[in-house]
Design a protein around this ligand. Structure first.
Ligand code: NAP
Length: 263
């Protein structure tokens, strides 16, 4: 999975979304993140089709919404997602939240079925706490590929990182720019000044240093290429340690159906 992807939540004006996806792919991105709930799968598909990049070179991920997590609904809604995206298979399909109609046995057996069929190349989960992951690992036949969670310098997720490394699955960092929060922090600003780059690049380079995939959302070509530039930014060990030491816990995404332990 490419370590840098393009997030698309709230990039929901169809033409703009398609243009952002095409721009990202033609600039060098090879990973696109969408979801049934974003209402933009068709636009993401249009953006992929318009780009001068082969579909097979793009790592494409989508997510099944909480109301579609009963067995038949997983199968039917995923088929609808593939049709909107204009592809025969996705590279990664996530359970979006352990909420709503989520039932480990029922939901994940449908994911196993899609994995067996080959329409889903990897199985993922999102917003799962370690105890949810352990139940999923017990139930799934397919390998668990990734857990997509909020992760940035102000929510460093030490427990989940340890759990992922112990159980050998990937973490994908959503809201890796803390939904804009990275632009209001003195440590990140200082490091950004030293390298003459943006705070966005510093946050993304820190995640890369931790071997965590990041999917910043960016709409304009300026933001898309700025974030891509993070791949050229090497932080020093001291800079990484300064970010590690930021003592803030700032969760930006916490809907009322999120895990109880977040309250
Ligand atoms: P984010 O990526 O942390 O921040 C996005 C914000 O930063 C947007 O306002 C964007 O503006 C701005 N931005 C991006 N690059 C910039 C740059 N270089 N300079 C200045 N501003 C910049 O937040 P997010 O959208 O919450 O998270 C990213 C992706 O993660 C989502 O799009 C979605 O794909 C995924 N996600 C998943 C879940 C889940 O439950 N699994 C939850 C949240 C997010 P512009 O749009 O104007 O460029």
């Amino acid at each position: 999975m490419p370590l840098l992807g393009l997030g698309t939540w709230q990039n929901d004006a169809p033409e703009q979304c398609a243009e952002s996806v095409t721009t990202a792919l033609e600039s060098g991105y090879r990973h696109i993140d969408t979801a049934q709930a974003y209402g933009n799968e068709a636009a993401v598909g249009d953006g992929i089709a318009a780009a001068d990049v082969d579909r097979e070179d793009v790592f494409l991920a989508t997510k099944v919404w909480t109301s579609n997590l009963a067995y038949d609904d997983v199968l039917e809604s995923t088929e609808a997602s593939l049709s909107k995206l204009g592809v025969d298979a996705v590279d990664l399909l996530y359970v979006h939240w352990p909420a709503g109609a989520y039932d480990p046995e029922e939901t994940l057996s449908a994911f196993d079925e899609l994995y067996e069929q080959g329409t889903v190349r990897n199985v993922g989960i999102s917003n799962f706490e370690p105890h949810h992951v352990e139940t999923a690992l017990d139930v799934l036949d397919a390998p668990l590929f990734a857990n997509q969670v909020e992760l940035h310098p102000f929510l460093q997720q030490a427990d989940l990182r340890a759990h992922a490394s112990e159980h050998d699955y990937e973490l994908v960092a959503y809201s890796p720019l803390a939904r804009g929060g990275v632009f209001h922090d003195d440590v990140l600003a200082d490091i950004a000044d030293t390298h003459d780059v943006s705070e966005a690049q510093v946050s993304l380079a820190w995640l890369r240093e931790k071997e965590i995939t990041a999917i910043p959302k960016a709409t304009s070509e300026t933001h898309i290429t700025d974030n891509l530039g993070s791949l050229d930014l090497e932080l020093t060990g001291e800079e990484v340690a300064r970010i590690d030491d930021i003592e803030r816990t700032d969760r930006r995404v916490n809907p009322d159906f999120g895990p109880d332990s977040w309250d």
